[in-house]
Design a protein around this ligand. Structure first.
Ligand SMILES: [Zn+2]
Length: 219
């Protein structure tokens, strides 16, 4: 079954490259300018760009930033969903599909510094399912942007709800935030944990426990 892009596009215009007029375009000319800005900033901060090790650093830095934010480019491979095969089976109704740990890296939109960690995504299907690898793509499409951790979880849940109309969605993320850790004085590096519960998960505590147990996150 083809996911109805136009319906969903009303809510999240920049999700998919396919048919997305706002898909980002970075020209060679812009990249050249960005490298100039990066050179100016890095030099101003104290880096000597006139060494064999650093002369290419502005170029590498801009390239790394472009790659770290390629979630803005969308991912047309997300579009396909499938009908469940156990539509009428009562056992299927509350069976969870859980994927994780999904490694992710993101840039916090407050400091443009990395935060990174693990995501676990679960859902309880109704009529449609999605390939399990797509859950990884889904996390990364939202993580590889300038983001806040809570919003990544909400966006993953929103998208799964819009694509699959599932009976429930669970998203758990835990991450290290370099903007906190680099500037902090604490000896232990804290992890930030966020959860999103939708549908049956919001209503049923035992499903949340099962999600944590099945994910190896029991707490
Ligand atoms: Zn930050």
């Amino acid at each position: 079954m083809e996911f109805k892009l136009d319906r969903y596009a009303l809510e999240e215009k920049d999700l998919f490259t396919a048919g997305n007029p706002n898909c980002r375009k970075i020209t060679e000319e812009q990249i050249h300018k960005f490298e100039g800005y990066a050179a100016e900033i890095l030099t101003g901060l104290g880096m000597d760009l006139a060494t064999p090790s650093t002369c290419e650093t502005p170029r590498r830095y801009i390239q790394a930033l472009i790659e770290a934010t390629e979630g803005y480019d969308g991912d047309p491979k997300l579009l396909k969903t499938f009908a469940t095969e156990c539509f009428s089976d009562p056992d299927c109704r509350v069976s969870q599909v859980i994927e994780g740990p999904i490694n992710f890296f993101s840039l916090c939109e407050h400091h443009a510094l990395p935060f990174y960690g693990m995501a676990y995504v679960g859902y309880i299907a109704q009529e449609n399912i999605i390939g399990i690898s797509k859950l990884t793509r889904l996390v990364r499409i939202f993580a590889k942007r300038f983001a806040v951790q809570e919003r990544i979880g909400q966006q993953v849940a929103d998208t799964l709800e819009a694509m699959l109309h599932p009976q429930g969605v669970a998203v758990f993320l835990e991450a290290h935030h370099l903007c906190v850790e680099m500037r902090g004085v604490r000896e232990q590096s804290p992890k930030t944990r966020t959860t999103v519960w939708r549908g049956l998960y919001a209503a049923d505590h035992s499903l949340r426990s099962e999600f944590f147990t099945a994910s190896g996150l029991e707490r």
